[in-house]
Design a protein around this ligand. Structure first.
Ligand SMILES: Nc1ncnc2c1ncn2[C@@H]1O[C@H](COP(=O)(O)OP(=O)(O)OP(=O)(O)O)[C@@H](O)[C@H]1O
Length: 597
């Protein structure tokens, strides 16, 4: 299995950034030529609206497509941006350029408030809350007539000026296009970074993010904020473009429209929102005389997409594109060699005393003790239901203990949350692997570096060389860890398509990528073949040799006997004994509890 050490061979290249950058420049240049070649000014008018709506949809895609948070209130966030810009320019005489950032900040703040229910609610309750939010905002636009002008709205919103002259339609189109291109590039940089991996794990496997040191609350608030900032920008642009705002522009249909755009275009696909706006907005417009059938067209498109292209038009396109080409190795600039071994930090000792945890009437842990010296492999065994996983969950902060203490390296951990425990050097895997199924094996390992990456979000978003260099070095290191766990040959494969045994190894690779000082593995041997078992034994010893302490929950007694320095036996939520493996596994009491005597 361990076909490479951490001082690995040159990893295969990961991406083709130059080709993609050229593609973006080309697409932007073609779009920029539109006002020059389009004979009909209506085309430029439509294209400007497409750009504005695409901005909203791109933001919603970040929130819904990547982070999995449903919002039926995005139309209201656009309204916030539009009205803030309209009021500031008409009532207070601000220039459009000053009102625009104010509108973005205002919408961003309101969007961050929308994140609060998202911290507690499941997707569909959140959808209801955001729907209600949209209705409330629409009602307020009508009721607060002194500020908003009530039903008649606000007229005379000025266009942005350049050189003292208001932008004409082509000029406005280019302004919107510049926004779209910059937004696309920023979002592209973000979603391909640790932030994107963090957001996707909010959607697909929160535990994966927590165990890698990512703060789910911050990630959710960030997604709501950024998504709302984009809606606010679109609102201000819409107000400036049309010269007026009315509540009728921001009904619930408007919010639903954006969600449909994202779903049809391809949620979680960068190009999806633009494709979606084109499908949902331009197509019916172009149908002209058939405009009255627009709702029917919407419904039909949605139905066809739901049945035949569950990942939207962009998803279907990329699948078709991939299927046409032979599976080539990833191309582009190869990441440099890792600068030598990337050993885990200094091993930490673990001491858990008197841990207790009840779930209703079930006493999962009554009084569990676990003493693990630094740099050892310590197995925890016991019959089904004896409390092993609960012990691991209380140590790592996933479950709050009712009583008892946990010390890491001789210092109490208090009530640290899972991501803080991860940042303190505690890595873990799960009884059922928690992976990001749609991402590659390499990306899954990279998630493990979440807490180690230093580049701030703003640096990542702008794609500065500092962030790129760090990302490249981490990718090389992740590749080395993939080889270390024996998965070097499946780096580019989607994690969800890997066989179960490889998924388990991949999770270990992710945990190692965080360079834990203490690694807790929950039944890593479950479902492995005999060859994989042998390899796992070797891997565990190598991890110990690299300098980490390992706690191994395991039913596979041969593996336990082979690799562990000591064994703790749990029975009915309490520690029965702790001893070297030979003594522990031959103890009469242990034999009795396993045989149910
Ligand atoms: N979240 C929960 N809610 C209710 N009961 C729970 C919960 N988690 C664990 N339990 C119960 O606590 C007891 C101990 O479960 P735990 O999963 O810790 O045991 P285990 O030793 O890991 O078992 P196994 O070897 O089957 O994985 C079981 O009776 C289980 O049903």
């Amino acid at each position: 299995m361990s076909d490479a050490t951490l001082t690995a061979r040159r990893p295969r290249a990961i991406a083709g950034p130059r080709t993609r950058a050229a593609g973006i420049v080309l697409a932007a240049a073609v779009a920029a030529a539109l006002p020059l070649v389009a004979g009909d000014p209506y085309v430029v008018y439509l294209a400007t609206l497409v750009g504005i709506y695409a901005l909203v949809a791109m933001g919603l895609n970040l929130l819904f497509g990547y982070a999995g948070q449903v919002s039926l209130g995005h139309g209201a966030l656009v309204a916030v941006g539009a009205y803030v810009a309209a009021v500031l320019t008409t009532t207070y005489g601000w220039s459009f350029w000053a009102a625009l950032p104010a509108a973005m900040v205002a919408a961003g703040l309101v969007g961050s408030l929308m994140a609060l229910p998202a911290l507690r609610l499941t997707a569909w309750y959140l959808a209801l809350i955001t729907l209600a939010f949209g209705m409330v905002v629409n009602g307020l636009l009508v009721e607060m007539r002194e500020i908003t002008g009530g039903f008649s709205g606000i007229l005379g919103v000025p266009r942005p000026e350049v050189g003292g002259l208001p932008l004409d339609d082509p000029g406005f189109f280019w302004l919107v296009l510049a926004f779209v291109v910059v937004t696309y590039v920023v979002l592209r940089n973000l979603v391909r970074s640790r932030i994107g991996r963090g957001l996707i794990s909010v959607r697909d496997a929160e535990e994966a993010a927590r165990s890698s040191g990512a703060d789910i609350v911050r990630l959710k608030v960030f997604a709501f904020f950024l998504s709302a900032v984009l809606a606010g920008a679109a609102g201000a642009l819409l107000a400036g473009f049309k010269g007026m705002v009315t509540p009728d522009d921001f009904t619930i249909d408007f919010s639903v429209f954006f969600l449909l755009v994202v779903i049809v275009g391809g949620a979680g696909r960068l190009g999806g929102p633009v494709v979606g706006v084109l499908a949902f907005f331009v197509l019916p417009e172009l149908l002209g005389a058939l405009a009255e059938w627009r709702l029917l067209v919407y419904g039909a498109v949605l139905l066809v997409v739901a049945v035949y292209a569950p990942h939207g038009i962009a998803g279907a396109w990329s699948r078709w594109w991939r299927s046409r080409r032979p599976p080539a190795p990833p191309v582009g600039e190869p990441p440099p060699e890792p600068s030598g071994a990337a050993p885990p930090r200094d091993a930490l000792s673990l001491s858990a005393r008197g841990l207790a945890k009840g779930f209703g009437g079930v006493r999962a842990l009554r009084s569990a003790d676990l003493e693990v010296p630094a740099g050892t492999i310590h197995a925890v065994v016991g019959p089904n239901g004896s409390g092993k996983t609960t012990l691991l969950n209380t140590i790592t902060g996933y479950v709050r203990a009712d009583g008892g203490t946990v010390q890491l390296g001789g210092r109490g951990t208090g009530r640290r949350s899972p991501h803080r425990m991860a940042r303190a050097g505690v890595g873990r895997t799960f009884q059922t692997p928690r992976l990001l199924p749609e991402l590659s094996a390499l990306d899954n390992v990279l998630l493990g570096a979440y807490a180690r990456e230093r580049s701030p979000a703003a640096v990542i978003a702008t794609g500065l060389p500092w962030a790129r260099r760090e990302a490249t070095a981490l990718a090389a290191e992740a590749m080395a860890y993939l080889r270390f766990v024996g998965l070097g040959d499946v780096a580019g494969q989607q994690a969800g398509t890997l066989p179960h045994g490889k998924q388990r190894l991949l999770e270990i690779g992710r945990a190692l990528m965080a360079r834990p000082s203490l690694l807790l593995l929950d039944e890593p041997a479950a479902g492995l073949s005999m060859t994989e078992l042998d390899a796992l034994g070797r891997l565990l010893r190598e991890i110990r040799a690299e300098g980490a302490t390992v706690v191994l929950i395991e039913h596979h007694i041969e593996l336990v006997a082979e690799v562990s320095d000591a064994v703790t036996v749990l029975h009915e939520g309490a520690t029965l004994l702790s001893a070297p493996p030979a003594a522990a596994l031959s103890d009469d009491r242990v034999v009795d509890v396993y045989l149910g005597r």
